[in-house]
Write a new protein. Structure first.
Ligand SMILES: Cc1ncc(COP(=O)(O)O)c(C=O)c1O
Length: 440
């Protein structure tokens, strides 16, 4: 590749497609509205710098991994200490138990912890534990909730608008027969959930949820819904799994389970746990966790599981997140920003709804009523979203795009975003909304 290629995003994407499958290393890095990935040279705090030298205020923050900000000094220091120890891989160290002990203190469900590398792996392991513990195979998930791209999660409704339509694979290479194991229910729908429990309760190994459905923007649990799921699972001997890969550390140090006071049997974490280093965990009730090898028969191991660099980064991250008052400040910042953002759209007469909790949020274009469940967001206006994201991008504010259909993906800020960054962002969005209105 030439020097020019290294500074010209369009040329780089063209060249990359000749050698990388689809031109990317993860399908969701192809920004569906820009038609290419954002090519990053470096990150610092709330900013990403493109290979063309341009600075962007980042509202993706590594899909939510970089909650403290990019290149956080304490995290960087911890990683460099790990490098100095010899880049130890596939070995236990005292730091692993130290991190697990901290998680047991912080996360209500966590009596025992097992580390892994990515979210998709720990949600799969959680299902494996639940199937072993119950002797059942079937599992319930909520419409549109994302638990990674391992096999059990690659199913969807044939007709997303019809909650009675059959469950089918959402990916090539996935057996249609696997759909028989999946029960799918709309999020926050008490009647549908209770009906599914009445019908399938004795056959269900697990109920999985994103306790705040951020993967569809931001859909909080309706009052009492998490409590209902908890109670029904207990009555029927079903393992309740909260997938906090995205919601963990976002609104509360202990996650959504601590925020709402509802403790699942198992829980999964990744993303913000190590502020940008690959680390995931499954944790939960002692009796369930001890089913994992080597104490029990449920398989889980891996060369990179709990990589030391990631474990050290996570210890530093949790120390930072444990500063007194941090979540009061974070939640107050969030409330102000989301209110101000909604105000910009309202003043411009752009039909859009901002829903956010803690450091992550969704913007629903063309929707003004509260979004309470996944299907409420199916009419999200992607064309308006495209013009919004492109207008912001041109002015140095980065909103990632995950999809070109259905509900929008999620956006988020970091603890490194300053009042000035929010003010600059709101001013950019004010200009962009004027354009949107003019072109409407
Ligand atoms: C709630 C949730 N679970 C699981 C995953 C999968 O995590 P990973 O991308 O680390 O495999 C994600 C990723 O976005 C997620 O948001």
């Amino acid at each position: 590749m030439s020097e020019t290629t290294l500074t010209q995003p369009d040329q780089l994407f063209a060249d990359a497609q000749a050698v990388l499958a689809g031109g990317v290393s993860a399908s969701m890095r192809l920004h569906p509205y820009l038609g290419r990935p954002l090519y990053v040279d470096r990150g610092e705090g709330p900013y990403l710098y493109g290979i063309d030298g341009k600075r962007y205020i980042d509202f993706n923050m590594a899909n939510g991994a970089a909650l403290l900000g990019h290149d956080h000094p304490a995290v960087k220091r911890a990683v460099l200490e790990g490098v100095a120890r010899g880049i130890i891989t596939a070995a236990e160290t005292p730091f692993h138990a130290r991190l697990a002990a901290r998680m047991v203190e912080i996360i209500p469900a966590a009596e025992r912890v097992r580390f892994s590398s990515v979210g998709s792996e720990v949600t799969l392991v959680a299902l494996r534990i639940a199937r072993h513990a119950t002797g059942r195979t079937t599992y319930l998930k909520f419409d549109g909730h994302f638990h990674g791209l391992s096999e059990p999660w690659l199913y969807r409704r044939a007709d997303p608008r019809d909650a009675s339509s059959p469950v089918v694979p959402s990916s090539g290479g996935v057996p249609a027969s696997g759909a028989d194991d999946v029960v799918m229910v709309p999020w926050n729908d008490v009647a549908a959930f209770d009906a599914a429990i009445t019908r399938h309760g004795e056959a269900l190994a697990a109920v999985f949820c994103e306790p705040i459905h951020y993967n569809a923007g931001c859909i909080p649990p309706a009052p009492g819904f998490l409590e209902l799921v908890r109670a029904r699972c207990r009555e029927r001997g079903i393992i309740f799994v909260m997938d906090e890969v995205l919601s963990g550390f976002r609104t509360h140090l202990g996650g959504v389970q601590a925020q709402y006071g509802v403790t699942p049997d198992l829980t999964t974490h990744a993303k913000a746990l190590a502020n940008g280093l690959p680390l995931a965990s499954v944790s939960g009730r002692e009796d369930l966790m001890l089913a994992l090898a080597p104490t029990g028969p449920v398989a889980h191991s891996g060369t990179y599981s709990g990589h030391l660099l990631s474990v050290l980064a996570a210890l530093a991250t949790l120390e930072e997140l444990s500063h007194p008052g941090l979540y009061d400040r974070l939640n107050a910042t969030a409330e102000t920003f989301y209110r101000d953002l909604q105000g910009v759209f309202d003043r411009a007469g752009i039909p859009a709804r901002v829903q956010g909790m803690g450091a992550r949020f969704g913007i629903y274009f063309g929707i003004t009523d509260p979004v309470r469940t996944w299907s409420d967001a199916l009419d999200h206006d992607h064309e308006r979203n495209r013009r919004f994201a492109a207008g912001c991008f041109a002015r140095g504010v980065y909103f990632h795009g995950y999809t070109r259909q259905g509900p929008p993906g999620h956006a988020g800020f970091s603890l490194a975003h300053s009042d000035e960054d929010f003010a600059e962002t709101l001013s950019v969005i004010e200009t962009v909304t004027k354009e949107l209105r003019r072109d409407a």
